[in-house]
Design a protein around this ligand. Structure first.
Ligand code: ADP
Length: 450
């Protein structure tokens, strides 16, 4: 096992990783920008190295500075967290050159999943079900349009380089197509520097169900059940839960095995998530594979009793997976609510300011708060405005949901506008209690929630 690792991230995920490393007796090195000089992750780590200015492109996104910090402190491995450098193949290559272990999958796996079209080509060959669509190299607008016309509207245009819900456009009829394609291309070019598009059949009431997979370097692979992330706003997750309500054992097994097939098709190692759309008729389709630890991994930890960061460290150090498929047990139900500094009454505009007062719910075996901030800290303009993740567990969905609502009620933040009331309204809405979920949930129940 490593004796010292560097965490190339900030905020809650940096703190989360440090916590496990510490429990495993591994020393930690934090990196930080100007704005983060006094932040919690710096405080928690055994050592901390300043790597640049507040904007992430001057610090957290500069691989060379991170690697330099690892060399300087003698860290044997780098955990990238999520975002920033976590899916950057160039960065992984540079780590390897310096004999530093990148705690994540091998470079070819990252590259294979870096483009949504390339990923679909690979999954097609591996017999993983795909949403019908066109993901070819020929980007002639007439050809893309023909594909849309052939499968019938509505369709969804997606940037192949896309992420975070950007570069997507729904098209409801043939007459809107040209304009939508041009707009999606413009957005994609400005967000990702690439305007290659794919088009898919737009499912009108799907659920987003994703499978957590883990592979080691000894040919073992398991799935740690599923998460339902259907409650989304602008294609971004708001509340996640595990397991997915109403999931049959049979479907869980089918989706789990499909996810492992996806991972094996690209020689995967470490923690990964295969995202599927689950249609009303029970068909499921591969959407993409995220080659990193995800924001919502704690709900899986709560229902499996496993520490996924510990698993990542063990696999990266060359150990075999701690458990086999038949040794994994799904127990109870968990929710995660993402607490953001944002204004739900003003189009979810990110909010900034000082966290003058912070009262978090009492933490226990069943209530977990993952956060990177303390009372008195600033929520700055420079980074994602997530303040914390509230994670709860109950022996069934109803009990977990009651605990979620109660904990949201107890949460108090002053000084910065947050989405806590919005989350509370969501958690207590009847259709949510009834698990009547699909990705259009928030839009459909707008009047109940706002
Ligand atoms: P990103 O990488 O930008 O997050 P994804 O491909 O993962 O994009 O899709 C994000 C969300 O968009 C999904 O969770 C789902 O809600 C919605 N979505 C994606 N593809 C489709 C589709 N073919 N039909 C309906 N909704 C879709």
């Amino acid at each position: 096992m490593f004796t010292k690792i560097l965490i190339a991230n900030r905020g809650e995920i940096a703190c989360r990783i440090i916590k496990t490393a510490r429990e495993m007796g591994i020393l930690t090195v934090a990196v930080y920008s100007d704005a983060d000089a006094d932040s919690l992750h710096v405080n928690m780590a055994d050592e901390a190295i300043h790597i640049g200015g507040s904007p992430s492109r001057e610090s957290y996104l500069i691989g060379d500075k991170v690697i330099e910090a690892a060399i300087r402190t003698g860290a044997q491995a780098i955990h990238p967290g999520y975002g920033f450098l976590s899916e950057n193949a160039d960065f992984c290559r540079k780590c390897a050159k310096q004999n530093i272990v990148f705690i994540g999958p091998p470079v070819p796996a990252i590259e294979a999943m870096g483009s949504k079209s390339a990923a679909k080509v690979i999954m097609e060959k591996a017999n993983v079900p795909l949403v019908p669509g066109y993901h070819g190299d020929d980007q002639n607008p007439a050809i893309i349009k023909q594909a849309a016309d052939d499968m019938g509207y509505p369709v969804l245009l997606k940037a192949t380089a896309g992420g975070g819900g950007k570069g997507m456009r729904q098209v409801w009829s043939e007459s809107e197509f040209d304009e939508a394609l041009a707009a999606a291309k413009r957005e994609s070019l400005s967000s990702f520097g690439d305007d290659t598009m794919l088009v898919e059949k737009y499912l009108t009431q799907p659920r987003h169900v994703e499978i957590q997979v883990f592979c080691d370097n000894h040919n073992n692979a398991v799935y740690l059940f599923e998460r339902d992330c259907s409650v989304q706003r602008r294609h971004q997750k708001v509340i996640e839960e595990a397991p997915a309500p109403g999931m049959s054992e049979e479907l869980r097994k089918q989706m789990g095995e499909s996810a492992i097939q996806s991972a094996k098709a690209i020689g995967y190692q470490g923690a990964g998530t295969v995202e599927f759309l689950l249609d009303v008729d029970g068909s499921f389709y591969f959407m993409e594979m995220n080659t990193r630890l995800q924001v919502e991994h704690p709900v899986t930890e709560m229902i499996s009793g496993q520490d996924l960061v510990e698993w990542q460290l063990r696999v990266a150090a060359g150990e075999t997976l701690p458990l086999k498929q038949n040794e994994l047990v799904l127990n109870g139900h968990a929710f995660e609510a993402r607490i953001y500094a944002e204004d739900p009454n003003n189009d979810f505009l990110p909010a900034t300011g000082k966290l003058n007062y912070l009262r978090i719910p009492v933490e226990s075996e069943h209530v977990r708060i993952d956060t990177g901030v303390r009372q008195g800290d600033d929520v700055s303009v420079f980074y994602d405005p997530m303040i914390a993740k509230l994670i709860v567990w109950g022996e069934n969905r109803e009990k977990a949901l009651q605990l979620l609502a109660k904990s949201l009620m107890e949460y108090r933040i002053q000084g910065v506008t947050t989405n806590i009331d919005f989350l509370y309204n969501l958690a207590t809405a009847k259709p949510f209690q009834q698990a009547d979920l699909d990705t259009g949930f928030i839009e459909k129940h707008h009047d109940l929630i706002f």
